[in-house]
Design a protein around this ligand. Structure first.
Ligand code: AMP
Ligand code: MG
Length: 487
């Protein structure tokens, strides 16, 4: 473990030069306090929680102090927002402070979100509110614990600095970690502004640092695009299998690494609903839960466009066509596992689709259903779960098919089945109402609930004695929360 002043910087992105980012110093927020820190994320920097408790930690990540070796930069990008091209976005309120490498030799970007205005702020104040910072922190660490690739969050620093949204709120900063902050929109920017040299420089940067294995291929850019397609297919399969709705799948929010990135009005499903839209300003439902799959492919086609100077359109199209079959294969594999199946049969996809339709019709809790299904033998569990369905007979027919399907699996004890299923079916997810409760306490200066919730979400698959209340369906007030999209 290291002390805060022992981090080793190697600012590779900053060295690309001023065409790619602009030097901006963080603008401090007043009376900084550590709201919450992630032990696991800090460990990626070889730091421990004791470092986070030091006053210096809150001073650095609230913009009051900075290492001499840091090179804070606002990155430029553009992107497609809700299907329309926006020619100039960029870090309007976040700064890449620098890149740190740990003892294992991994590089991590330190990105401070809410660090003040930049040349890309447009009309914005450059700030992030406490509410959205806590949500990003909890979601990053919860997704990671579920095994879903994501940027990480090391801490949230709160302040007394007022910020205006719908009402007056307080500014905060969140320290985000990722191995790269290059987005699809970063490449789009250099393509659409017709800067072929810079486009190549950025593509080569990503290729050599993040996809070095592709350099050995006859067509490295095409090979890299294929891997990006594969990773995106796998990522979205995980979102769909676990009920995660991103909410703002604009291409400026799509990481070149295929990780979940940029958290806004996201939500995990409570009741299963294919058509769920978590973003209240998404009136057409472009980013509804089920649309995440075709939108994932649409976003990849926007990235492909930016790569046309390097790869033929035909080859890019062929790579894009891999997306859907790869997605389906990953999704089917995950859902089989959620159902406790270890073998594959042709009718499994149909079995899953029938179940989801029944859940949709009755608004069944998506997370708890799978957890309870593994708790007891298939027929006993189904007998208890049928009460949740309006169409009980329909569910009985499904349960008969499922029980028969389980009987065709290689023999294993119910104990093994439970262990296997509980290892992939979480008990605890980041329900909006749980986040809301923790945020309201933190807004009153009590951070204990944010910390407790974070701890619970770090072990989503483990039954945690005393934490039963975190595994409940939302109360009525929590079902219809309008999560503000301003952040
Ligand atoms: P987001 O919706 O957070 O992905 O942000 C979209 C774009 O708006 C990005 O370029 C952000 O940097 C910028 N942005 C969002 N909020 C603010 C803010 N409060 N001040 C300045 N820029 C912002
Ligand atoms: Mg964004």
């Amino acid at each position: 473990m290291k002390a805060l002043d022992e981090l080793t910087f190697d600012n590779r992105f900053a060295r690309l030069g001023d065409a790619f980012s602009t030097t901006v110093l963080p603008e401090p927020i007043a009376d900084p306090r550590l709201v919450v820190a992630s032990e696991a994320a800090l460990a990626l920097l070889d730091l421990d929680l004791a470092q986070a408790e030091q006053p210096l930690f809150a001073e650095i990540f609230s913009g009051h102090k900075l290492w001499a070796e840091a090179d804070p930069r606002a990155m430029v990008y553009s992107g497609h927002q809700f299907g329309s091209y926006n020619p100039r976005l960029g870090d309007g309120r976040g700064l890449l402070l620098g890149e740190v490498y740990n003892d294992a030799g991994e590089h991590w970007d330190l990105h401070l979100k809410g660090a003040g205005q930049t040349p890309y702020s447009r009309m914005g104040d450059g700030r992030a509110v406490l509410r959205s910072s806590i949500r990003e922190f909890l979601a990053s660490e919860a997704l990671h614990a579920l095994g879903i690739p994501t940027s990480r969050a090391a801490c949230v620093i709160g302040s007394s600095t007022p910020v205006w949204r719908e009402t007056q709120e307080r500014a905060a900063m969140v320290l985000r970690l990722a191995q790269s902050h290059v987005r699809f929109g970063s490449l789009e920017y250099f393509f659409y502004t017709k800067q072929p040299e810079q486009l190549k420089q950025l593509a080569d940067h990503v290729l050599s640092l993040h996809y070095p294995e592709c350099l050995e291929q006859p067509e490295p850019y095409l090979a890299m695009f294929r891997v990006i397609v594969e990773r995106q297919a796998e990522l979205i399969a995980k979102w769909q299998a676990y009920g995660f709705c991103h909410g703002v799948m604009n291409t400026d929010n799509m990481s070149i690494l295929g990780i979940t990135f940029d958290f806004g009005p996201f939500a995990f499903l409570d009741d299963f609903d294919q058509h769920f839209v978590c973003n209240h300003s998404d009136h057409e439902g472009r980013y509804s839960f089920s649309n995440q799959v075709p939108i994932g492919q649409w976003n990849l086609s926007a990235l492909a466009q930016a790569l046309t100077p390097f790869v033929s359109v035909e080859a890019l199209r062929e790579a894009l066509d891999l997306f859907l079959p790869l997605y389906q294969a990953h999704y089917l594999d995950l859902m089989r596992r959620r159902l406790g199946l270890t073998t594959a049969e042709d009718d499994d996809a149909d079995l899953i689709a029938r179940l989801l339709q029944l859940m949709q019709n009755s608004g069944v809790d998506y997370t708890l259903f799978f957890r309870h299904l593994g708790e007891e033998s298939a027929d006993v569990a189904a007998g208890k779960l049928r009460d949740d369905f309006v169409d009980m007979l329909g569910f009985d027919a499904w349960a008969d098919a499922y029980t028969a399907r389980i009987a065709r699996e290689p023999e294993s004890s119910q104990e093994d089945r439970r262990t296997r299923m509980h290892a992939v079916n979480p008990l605890y997810i980041l329900r909006n109402y749980l986040a809301q409760r923790a945020i309201e306490a933190a807004e009153q200066g009590d951070d204990s609930e944010v910390r407790r919730l974070h701890q619970v979400l770090c072990k989503p698959f483990d039954q945690q004695p005393g934490m039963e209340s975190y595994a409940q369906r939302p109360p009525d007030w929590g079902k219809h929360l309008e999560i503000s999209c301003s952040s």
